[in-house]
Every structure is written in C-alpha cells, then in structure tokens.
Ligand binder design. Structure first.
Ligand code: GDP
Length: 297
C-alpha cells in the first residue's frame, strides 16, 4: 500500500518526541531533519519537502511547541495541516459544462490506466447521477485499446463510438461528438492514444483534439508508482495542453506516495481522483485531508 514507508518513518519520529514530555530546540531540529528525510525517501519533490519542513518549523515556533506539554501532538497537527495544504485543501470534483454534453478529454502515457479510468468515471456518473455518457475510442494506434473500451462499454451498458484504427482520431472525435449531440448524451469521454514517452506527434494530435472538442475537463492519468516521473509527466502535459485535473492511478500498489504529495504543489493542477485497484469500482475522489490522515497513520 502507498505511504507505508513514510507513515512508519513519521510515526517513529513522533514517538521519539512523545517519550520526552517537554522537548528542547535540538529535539525539534532532529525531528525536522527526520521529517525531511522521510518525505524525500517517499519520493516527495525537493520543493514540496522544503515547503512542508519550513512551514512546520515556522508553525512549531509560533505555536510554542517547546513550551508545550504535548509537543508531539502539536507537531502532528502542524504536519497534518501542511500536508493538506500542499495537496490542495479541498477536494475538487469533475466540472460540468453549462450545456450538455460535458466533454472530458482523457490523456496520459500508455499503461498509466487511462482506458480503465474512463470506465471508472463513466460507471461513477451512471451510478450516482444517472448520467448517459458516450465513450469515444480515439486511440487508433492500439487496436486492443478500442476493444478494451468496447468491453468496458458492454459491462457498463454505455455506448462506445469507434471507427476502427484507419481513421484520423480528430475525425473520429468530430463524428463522435455529433452523435453525442444527436443522442443527448450528457457526458462524453474521449479516450486518446498514449505513448511510452511524450513525443511531439502525440502532443500535436492531442492539441488538435482539444481545439476541436473544446473540453470542459482535460484529465491527465498518471501512474503513482512512477513517483517523481509522474510529476514531470504532469508538468509536460500541462505545459502543452493546460490540463484541468489529474487522475492518480495504482495508489493501491507498492508506491512510496511522493506523487500524491507533489503533483498539486509542483504543477498547480489538482488531483481529482485516485485509482485504488483494477476493478471499475476502485476509484475515489481525492480528499487531501483524508490522504493526510492516511499518511500520518
Ligand atoms: P492505458 O494504456 O493508460 O489505457 O492503461 P489501461 O487502462 O489499459 O491500464 C493498464 C493496466 O493498469 C491494466 O492492467 C489495468 O488493470 C491497470 N490499472 C489501471 N488502474 C489501476 C489502479 O488504480 N490500480 C491497479 N492496481 N491497476 C490499475
């Protein structure tokens, strides 16, 4: 499970202080150093690690932690607050457009979990909002991706628009959107191609699809297991396309959790959802406060 290492390290740090009653400046300095190491080892970016440790130090001084008889509790509270702040305070859900359909462009590298995320989001909307989504299969480079989306559509009883692999994806999206308008679908998810690495051709294609579809949301799907790379990928996609949110997948895996802590602060883009398994129901809204509690164990 994600964060195990970080949680253990932080707990050990807090335990040291809690055994002491009142603590002195050197105890506090040691604790700060340990928090810093714990964050870096969890693959949290240097920028975010600095931000958290600086704020915790400042707050600890302001809150007179050294005079306190429960310094450990106070520090835990401060760390909790700072973790929540860097992750973005509030949960932010899917934005809706004024006129139907709300168009959601799904982008990401191959294998990140993009197609699965389309299925999970569609399932959630059908279940909770009685929505009538249409899924557009615009990944023409991998026939298996189209089949995968069709299978998801059958499972969810949600229509999937595809034109096979021989048509320009921009054309497919155009035709898919026409169909959605005709059929009054309230949501459209566009499943786009991913590559193993970011390349110009991929970005050009995505830019064209963006231009044509004018999406309300451009959600980047990134794999939490890739740690700091996930943050770099998010920065690259954001620079090229202006993404509106992130779906962080595979948080159930053996990840150190750094991506969850760094993405929002490093890119300015909120994590909106997290994937916690391979099943279609394994999708959660990202709540910074719950994530912070989980990290603190
Ligand atoms: P795409 O190439 O980005 O469309 O990726 P897929 O949706 O095909 O997913 C790639 C693999 O990751 C599949 O085996 C999925 O079952 C798996 N996967 C996707 N999301 C999650 C997740 O949140 N947790 C786990 N454990 N596996 C996931």
């Amino acid at each position: 499970m994600a964060f195990e290492g970080l949680t253990e390290r932080l707990k050990a740090t807090f335990k040291k202080i809690s055994g002491k009653g009142r603590i002195n400046q050197s105890d506090l300095d040691n604790a700060m150093r340990e928090i810093r190491t714990a964050l870096l080892e969890a693959d949290v970016s240097l920028k975010v690690t600095r931000q958290i440790t600086r704020r915790v130090s400042d707050e600890a001084l302001g809150a007179h932690v050294l005079d306190s008889i429960t310094p450990d509790q106070q520090i835990i509270k401060i760390v909790d607050d700072e973790l929540i702040k860097v992750m973005g305070d509030e949960a932010s859900e899917l934005n809706k457009s004024k006129h139907i359909p709300t168009i959601v462009l799904m982008v990401g590298l191959q294998g990140a979990g993009k197609t699965t995320a389309v299925g999970k989001l569609a399932r959630r909307l059908v279940k909770e909002n009685n929505a009538r989504p249409l899924l557009i299969a615009a990944d023409v480079y991998r026939p298996a991706a189209i089949d995968q989306l069709k299978t998801l559509g059958e499972t969810l009883k949600v229509p999937v628009y595809d034109e096979g692999t021989d048509v320009d994806p921009v054309e497919i999206v155009k035709n898919g959107l026409d169909l959605a308008r005709k059929n009054n679908n309230d949501y459209v998810f566009i499943d786009t191609a991913g590559r193993l690495t970011i390349d110009e051709q991929l970005m050009d294609e995505l830019k064209k699809i963006k231009e044509l579809s004018q999406p309300t949301e451009i959600l980047l799907v990134v794999d939490a297991m890739t740690g700091q790379t996930a943050v770099d990928v998010a920065n690259d996609f954001n620079d090229a396309l202006g993404i509106t949110g992130v779906v962080l997948t595979k948080l159930d895996g053996d990840t150190r959790g750094g991506a969850a802590l760094s993405i929002r602060y490093d890119t300015g883009v909120p994590i909106k959802f997290v994937g916690t398994g391979e099943k279609l129901s394994d999708l959660d809204v990202f709540y910074p406060d719950r994530m912070a509690s989980r990290i603190l164990g």
